[in-house]
Write a protein that binds this ligand. Structure first.
Ligand code: FAD
Length: 343
């Protein structure tokens, strides 16, 4: 029997249940909950922060472990501040805290939902800035033996919405803390659309943060009223040849140069050009102000969202020969499943 509702623990607001919810305030709590679920009860266990990057496809037949280990320690050198932050701190509170303490740098990453411990997993990013630009190291705890490891920023293998934590350290590990370095010489990042009107010599971190609040409010639905998990798909990365072909065919296509002769496309633009903005399938729909976001209109099931995602993927593939990869993680009754198995 599943008995605990987890609708309020996932931003897609999927109306599903789990067997148990445990809140961990310490590392010992994490280890205890892990032992109880896996060894004593022989059930799966899933660590969650804010549930803002997951889609529950059905009831979860195990324990949801809410990581709420808190605490921030600050050190300082001549050139930088170093913040050691436990994983159960809320990301946006950290951003505000650092700015209130006159340690600007994280403002472009404001208002991203979720917890600090999840930020390295997909190397969160927004408005031209990524988590990896600040990360010095990440501390992890192996849950089946209590051993701790420290991975420096290179070992984390950060990339666009990618890190080692999506692969090698996916099961049996909890991220327990991150260490960020914030340079004392603040350089405002204002090259992104919506920020370019600022004067680089006069703008303040708070002005950038306030502006980002407005920009996000315009384009991203509030999960409290319209369930969603932000971008459903990643922006595709293509080689120079593909980028050139697309540019010749579609003059207005947004293409951004990244690294090693690779180019990033806008998944939202590709979906919009397939006339799918606002498209509905059952109770799941493409958000009408930003085609990259899929929305639960209140009663959507996991199957409806997956059918919609498949439809979008096929349409984009037919028109542009580009294959979209999901950014959201899919959670089935026994745990996370590989998107290629259902999409
Ligand atoms: C409205 C909205 C806007 C968003 N905007 C952005 C954006 O601008 N940029 C961006 O990058 N993302 C964005 N996202 C996605 C999301 O906010 C981020 O991916 C965020 O880092 C997820 O944090 P979370 O704590 O909610 O993760 P969760 O959804 O709780 O967890 C995600 C995954 O991490 C695992 N996990 C969680 N905590 C731990 C831990 N301590 N140790 C090990 N594994 C763990 C979970 O098991 C799960 O597989 C947005 C989402 C929403 C809903």
């Amino acid at each position: 029997m599943n008995s605990v509702a987890i609708k309020s623990l996932n931003t897609f607001r999927m109306n599903v249940f789990a067997k148990r919810i445990v809140v961990a305030l310490t590392e010992e709590d994490l280890l205890k909950a892990w032992r109880q679920a896996t060894i004593l009860d022989n059930q799966p266990i899933l660590i969650l922060g804010g549930g803002s990057n997951v889609l529950f496809l059905e009831n979860y037949m195990g324990t949801i472990l809410l990581n709420r280990i808190r605490g921030i320690t600050i050190k300082e050198s001549k050139d930088a501040w170093y913040l050691y932050i436990h994983s159960g701190e809320i990301w946006n509170r950290l951003v505000n805290f650092s700015i209130n303490q006159n340690m600007p740098g994280l403002e472009n990453l404001a208002f991203i939902p979720g917890y600090v411990g999840t930020a390295p997993i997909q190397n969160i990013g927004a408005y031209g800035v990524e988590f990896c630009q600040f990360c010095e190291y990440v501390d992890i705890l192996q849950l089946d033996n209590g051993k701790k490891y420290r991975l420096n920023k290179f070992e984390c293998c950060f990339d666009y919405r990618e890190s080692i934590f999506k692969h090698s350290y996916r099961n049996n590990y909890a991220i327990i803390a991150v260490n960020l370095r914030i340079d004392k010489i603040w350089k405002p990042i204002i090259h992104y659309n919506g920020l370019t009107h600022f004067n680089v010599n006069r703008v303040t971190p708070r002005q950038i943060l306030n502006r980002i609040f407005l920009l996000r409010k315009r384009k991203i639905p509030n999960p409290l009223f319209q369930g969603n998990a932000g971008s459903f798909f990643k922006n595709p990365i293509v080689d120079a040849k593909t980028a050139k072909i697309l540019k010749n065919k579609y003059k207005n296509i947004p293409i951004f140069s990244v690294k090693n002769n690779q180019f990033r496309l806008s998944a939202g633009w590709l979906i919009e050009k397939c006339q799918l903005k606002g498209y509905k399938m059952g109770n799941a729909e493409v958000y009408n102000k930003q085609a990259l976001i899929l929305v639960n209109n209140g009663k959507a099931t996991g199957t409806e969202l997956i059918l919609l995602a498949k439809y979008i993927r096929d349409k984009v593939s037919e028109k542009f020969s580009i294959w979209l990869e999901p950014e959201v993680r899919f959670i089935a009754s026994q745990g996370e499943i590989d998107p290629s198995k259902i999409l």
